[in-house]
Design a protein around this ligand. Structure first.
Ligand SMILES: NC(=O)c1ccc[n+]([C@@H]2O[C@H](COP(=O)([O-])OP(=O)(O)OC[C@H]3O[C@@H](n4cnc5c(N)ncnc54)[C@H](OP(=O)(O)O)[C@@H]3O)[C@@H](O)[C@H]2O)c1
Length: 293
């Protein structure tokens, strides 16, 4: 397939591009700068210049492709306004990509997040929360999945809180950045709350399987570790950086504080059974050993 990819230079996107190219697909990737275009072309992708706000570029990319994988997102959690702007930009971009594919039968695969189910691991059947700082992202994903009734083979790959590679990425990566900045490897609450995780290379395999196989309107879980206690994550970060490991107030984590404080394990049993996906890469706690002081 010729696949239009947004976010192809990111932690997850670069793994997805390599996975697609390694399995007989070709890639047309959105590139918003010279350096991103060079990085993508060096690994064998073609590029189309533009960013998520350039709806014409998105339409042109989707029109030239047999399928679309959307991963670009301005991961700016510095303030509620920054989060809201990123969510709105992505919503408009996804709506545009979806419109271009109506009645085509072609796949549109979008990144999403694993839901929260009180007292148990969430499953692929659980709905996404549409409230909270990133609730708007869930509404955008729902809009994509609804396009199943309009001739789009739409699907969502729900990502856990941390998608990691070489010790970097996701919520654990944000904890690491904060530890470097503040001199304390902190965690909210008592740290017993669990976050799910997966390696980016395993995630990329699932994106390819969903692109190739998933029926319209379906959601899948890219979860390897069902739930790592946040204080265990903070403990590895603190040891690698030579910093004390301590609880810190939830407010210190900004708009993501309430989400950081929530116990939110997640399962991928249905995804594994149905698509034959099996993660092989290191767990989060093992991968965090790659953090360098
Ligand atoms: N990593 C995780 O743990 C995790 C967990 C849950 C969900 N997710 C979601 O998965 C997706 C990919 O995450 P990631 O970790 O791979 O992100 P990342 O490493 O921060 O990469 C972001 C990608 O999006 C591109 N991008 C950002 N803003 C853009 C814009 N306005 N226009 C065009 N391109 C733009 C970047 O391009 P440049 O290279 O040109 O900057 C880059 O390719 C995101 O939706 C993220 O929220 C990630």
């Amino acid at each position: 397939m010729r696949v239009f990819v947004t976010g192809g230079t990111g932690l997850i996107g670069s793994a997805v591009v390599a996975e697609l190219l390694g399995h007989g697909h070709t890639v047309l990737a959105l590139a918003r700068s010279d350096s991103s275009a060079t990085a993508l072309e060096t690994v064998g992708a073609q590029t189309i210049r533009g960013d998520l706000a350039d709806l014409g570029a998105l339409r042109a990319g989707a029109a030239q492709a047999d399928g679309v994988i959307h991963l670009a997102f301005a991961n700016d959690f510095s303030s509620p306004a920054a989060v809201a702007a990123a969510v709105a930009e992505e919503g408009a971009a996804l709506a545009t990509l979806g419109e271009e594919l109506i009645d085509s039968g072609r796949p549109l695969i979008t990144a999403s997040g694993t839901p929260y189910a009180p007292g148990r691991s969430s499953t692929e059947a659980d709905p996404l929360p549409t409230i909270g700082p990133v609730g708007g992202r869930s509404r955008s994903v729902a809009g994509v999945l609804d396009l199943a009734s309009r001739g789009v083979r739409s699907a969502a790959v729900r990502l856990p809180r941390t998608v990691h590679n070489q010790g970097r990425g996701g919520f654990a990566g944000l904890l690491t950045e904060m530890a470097r900045r503040t001199g304390v490897s902190g965690y909210p609450g008592d740290g017993a709350q669990r976050w799910p995780a997966v390696h980016a290379l395993d995630t990329a395999v699932l994106f390819r399987l969903v692109l190739e196989q998933a029926p319209a309107g379906t959601a899948w879980h890219a979860v390897d570790d069902e739930g790592d206690a946040v204080r265990d994550i903070a403990a590895v970060i603190g040891r690698r950086l030579g910093l004390p490991v301590e609880p810190v107030p939830q407010e210190a984590f900004g708009p993501l504080g309430p989400i950081f404080a929530t116990d939110q394990p997640s399962s991928s049993a249905y995804t594994r059974q149905t698509l034959g996906w099996e993660p092989h890469q290191p767990s989060l706690l093992a991968d965090l050993e790659n953090i360098q002081p």
